[in-house]
Every structure is written in C-alpha cells, then in structure tokens.
Design a binder for this molecule. Structure first.
Ligand code: PRP
Length: 177
C-alpha cells in the first residue's frame, strides 16, 4: 500500500536542490540583516522543516525563532481567505525586524491576512520568505522578499507540505499524481 502510494509522487525538487537554494536564501538574508536582531516567524504547520533549515543557513547570532499557527476556513485544498490565528507569537514584535517564513504562497490570501495582521503590531519591518510560489492561482498579490522556487499549478507535497496531513516528512518536494 505504502509503496504504491509513494510511486504516485514524482520528485520535483530533490533534498539536495532544496538545501542548495536555502543556503543561497540564508546568505542573502544575512547580507541584508547582518547581525541585527531578526525574528523568524514560522507559519505552522507547513514551514516547520523550512524554518529549521533556513535558520541554520543564516550565520547570525541574533536570530530569534517564533511560530504562528494559522487555520484557514475552507476545504482541504482551497483557501477561503478567512484565517484564524490558532497559536500566537510568544512575545510582542513591536520595534523588531520580522521575517515570516512560509512554505507556499498559493492564492496569497493567507499571507495577505498575516502580513496585515503583523503590521498592526508595529514591527520595525516585516518581510516574507516563501519557499514556493504558485502564481497561477494568485488572488491577492503579496510581495515575496525572499523566494525559493516559482512552481506551476501542481499539487505539491513533502518537505512540510501535506495532503490530508500526510507526506510532510518527505525530505524532497514532489508532485502528487
Ligand atoms: C498552506 C500553506 C499556506 C497556505 C497558502 O497552509 O502553508 O499557509 O496554505 O495558501 P494560500 O496562499 O492559498 O492562502 P494550510 O492551510 O494547508 O496549513 P498547513 O501549513 O498546516 O499545511
């Protein structure tokens, strides 16, 4: 059963390709922020692997880690734009440089909500780092300051991304066929 299901996932980005891109993103982020305090905000659950690897690719002593849980009302595959914060930051971000770390920007509705929400907390700056962007389904334009890969309109799983809560633990990003 498991074997058959694994065969239906076609590798899109290998673990090595992902790691190499994240090293580049980390270097770029370090170039921009240097050793200024930077709060990485991982959006659960999808970003748990990405933030773990990205944080290690930023050679700064001033990185802080926070997580934020979001639930979007809608079915499993469609985001409705109505977003609820299910777990909030543990500390205020007023006056801080914040970098949101997200696995995928699809319609853009989730990040449109979150970036606006974070701005109301008066951070010194708030930017977005997304591993994947699927522009074909965009409903809201959300500027992505650091982007891993632009992907076509495919259902991707792995490296944090799920289908019905499964496949998040795959070390690569694949297409569910
Ligand atoms: C996914 C992903 C983004 C959002 C993107 O989260 O992690 O947060 O959907 O979609 P959008 O651009 O169309 O709004 P999901 O709701 O699947 O939760 P998860 O992170 O727990 O998998």
């Amino acid at each position: 059963m498991e074997q058959i299901e694994k065969k239906n996932i076609k590798e899109l980005y290998t673990a090595e390709v992902i790691a190499a891109r994240i090293r580049e993103l980390g270097a770029q982020i370090y170039q921009d922020y240097g050793d200024r305090e930077l709060v990485l905000v991982g959006v659960l659950k999808g970003s748990f692997l990405f933030i773990a690897d990205l944080a290690r690719a930023i050679p700064s002593t001033e990185v802080r880690i926070e997580f934020l849980g979001l639930a979007s009302y809608g079915d499993e595959t469609k985001s409705s734009g109505v977003v609820q914060i299910t777990a909030d930051l543990t500390k205020p971000v007023e006056g801080k440089h914040v970098l949101v770390v997200e696995d995928i920007v699809d319609t853009g509705l989730t990040m449109d909500y979150l970036m606006d929400n974070l701005r109301t907390r008066h951070p010194a700056s708030v930017k977005l780092c997304a591993l994947l962007h699927k522009p074909s389904r965009q409903k809201k334009h959300v500027p992505i300051d650091y982007l891993g890969f632009t992907i076509p309109d495919l259902f991707v799983v792995g490296y944090g991304l799920d289908f019905a809560q499964r496949y998040r633990n795959l070390p690569f990003i694949g297409v569910l066929e």
